[in-house]
Write a protein that binds this ligand. Sequence first.
Ligand code: NAD
Length: 281
Amino acid sequence: MQVIDGKALSKKVQTTIATQVEQLKQEKNIVPGLAVILIGDDPASHAYVKMKAKACEKVGFYSITHSMPDSISQDEIIATIEMMNANPRIDGILVQLPLPSHIDTDKILEVIDPSKDVDGFHAYNVGRLVTNLDAFVACTPLGVMKMFEEYEIDLKGKDVCIVGASNIVGKPMSALLLNAHATVTVTHIHTKDLASHTIRADIVVVGVGVPLLIKADMIKEGAIVIDIGINRMEDGSLVGDVDFANVSPKCAYITPVPGGVGPMTIAMLLSNTVKSAKERI
Ligand code: NAD
């Protein structure tokens, strides 16, 4: 069994990005810029945005955070996004989710210029991903693909079971894996007998948000298990969706929580922003 080290891989990716940023500065006088829009005072959202800003600073980006109160109107958010769409110093725009309930998230995401949509949530980029065209791809599933590449895990013809079918995790993950010629099963809350799907899979990718949902008897011997779930327990500790202690002895590869997929998400956000900056002219 090998533990996939997302923390180390994320550092490696960020070192490469810092070099690319230096090159862009010297050769084209371009400093990649990321704008983050943060609404309300959800502590988890604030913590994520802080981590993203710190990572931007480390690789030499220009970054700004627009913090707005919970009471902000939808029109004011749209006006801020439109300002960022027109700002030539900004290559990437990220709206931290979830948004307050009076805001229409789909509407907000559609306002982002698709060429600055570094989160890959705009329908334009989702459509391009599904048709296997160059696109901005959601950072978390993109980070999982980077892990497969780094650990030389061949996907062609593999039976992959995805648990969780959200727009930001499970669905883009399924498109990426299908584009890589895997045979993909997507399961969700209404799936009958989840274990009957996971037990057959060569690779199980889980992004649900239910602590320890995936147990040892749901995984076949020698499988690869990727745990995207992040669940904060009452004692403050973080656990994934997989019962790591009991599942890991059966696996060829497994990701831990923390230190697995989480750090890759930030690395891919930086990578998408550099991609956008390179396409600036
Ligand atoms: P979501 O609530 O939008 O979607 C959850 C999905 O899981 C849905 O498709 C739902 O049908 C399915 N589901 C729920 N309970 C289930 C069950 N018992 N059996 C099978 N399927 C079930 O959540 P999300 O935004 O996709 O996030 C999922 C998890 O991934 C969360 O723990 C979140 O914190 C984590 N996450 C991690 C990262 C990262 O950087 N590592 C990024 C995004 C999300």
